[in-house]
Design a protein around this ligand. Structure first.
Ligand code: ATP
Length: 315
């Protein structure tokens, strides 16, 4: 058995190395495939300050094409004006993340249209759409490289001062101060490991560096502790200031202060309004009252978690 141990260790090492390079390659391919699989448009968005206007007109979408597949977005219409913040909530699988992918034109709609500043995204050059957008994804990919490189991924031409300012705006300065070589520290699998919250902060710092007109954020499903979650939400709100922002959220508290909250169910918008309207059962849509009941059940879960935590700490 001992004789087998050394070769197995060796194989395990290689497997881990390979897996890691695949993770980085996957990120690269995702960028490549989204730029090549979809025909590029020719129009560019005129340089403008402030938020972008986003319009979804009767949007439908089926993964793998309109024929044969299951429609995961069904006749969604939504108007998001310049500088507005919109929260998208709803059960798992209701199509929230898919809507973000359609806004980024990672896929083409199978029905209807997505417009940014009045231009159908199919007519837009991919680089023009990307240049006004920043994404804070569910799980941020870190390259096996320095923290500086990972932050600059937001804007390659950023100066050292701009990188440091973005890190501080995203409240990464504490993390940075604790790092052996500051911005030069290697992070990722083969370097210093960052926590889930820190990785999200890297994504937020990248967003600060991009200074986008359209911010898209997809909340991680894995629970962060409450203090981290509140801090990250504050940073996200700061980066969203003065821009158009779309937040996909699992925790309803995340979108409470959004200008508009959209509730999705099975690919359709079933209720929309402000938090106060939705809580009063005054949301628009066929399922008025759904948000209020989701809120009540999430509050009950939070209270139960707090009760369990308190009883554990009393032991
Ligand atoms: P969650 O809250 O769990 O993140 P969601 O509301 O964001 O879910 P989506 O991820 O948009 O939901 O998924 C909507 C539906 O589309 C689901 O049924 C899902 O299984 C399916 N789906 C998502 N991504 C793909 C894909 N790449 N190919 C095929 N089907 C997919």
């Amino acid at each position: 058995l001992l004789q087998l141990w050394a070769p197995l260790q060796f194989l395990g090492f290689f497997y881990r190395e390979l897996r890691q390079s695949l993770v980085d390659m996957e990120a690269m391919f995702e960028v490549m495939s989204t730029t090549s699989a979809i025909p590029d448009g020719t129009q560019t968005l005129p340089a403008k300050e402030g938020g972008a206007r986003v319009t979804l007109r009767d949007v439908s979408f089926t993964y793998g094409g309109a024929v044969g597949g299951r429609k995961v977005v069904k006749n969604v219409s939504l108007d998001i004006s310049e500088g507005q913040s919109v929260g998208i909530v709803g059960p798992s699988g209701s199509g929230k993340s898919t809507l973000l992918r359609l806004l980024l034109r990672m896929y083409d709609v199978t029905g209807g249209s997505v417009e940014v500043d009045g231009v159908d995204v199919r007519n837009l050059r991919q680089d023009s759409l990307r240049s006004i957008t920043a994404v804070v994804p569910q799980d941020t990919v870190l390259f096996n490289d320095t923290l500086r490189h990972n932050l600059r991924y937001g804007r390659a031409a950023a100066s050292e001062e701009e990188v440091l300012k973005a890190a501080s705006d995203a409240r990464l300065d504490g993390t940075l101060a604790a790092m052996p070589d500051g911005l030069q520290t290697m992070v990722g699998e083969r370097g210093v490991k960052l926590s889930g919250g820190e990785k999200q902060r890297v994504a937020i710092a990248r967003a600060f560096l991009r200074s986008p007109r359209l911010l898209l954020a997809d909340e991680a499903t894995s629970a962060l502790d409450t203090a981290t979650e509140v801090g990250i939400l504050q940073s996200l709100q700061e980066v969203a200031e003065g821009r158009t922002a779309v937040f996909v959220a699992h925790r309803l508290s995340t979108v409470r202060s959004c200008d508009k909250i959209v509730v999705m169910e099975a690919g359709s918008i079933v209720e929309q309004g402000t938090h106060a309207q939705l809580m009063d059962g005054k949301g628009e849509g066929p399922k008025s009252g759904l948000y209020a009941s989701m809120w009540a059940s999430q509050q009950a879960e939070i209270e139960e978690e707090a009760r369990v935590a308190a009883s554990k700490s009393n032991l």
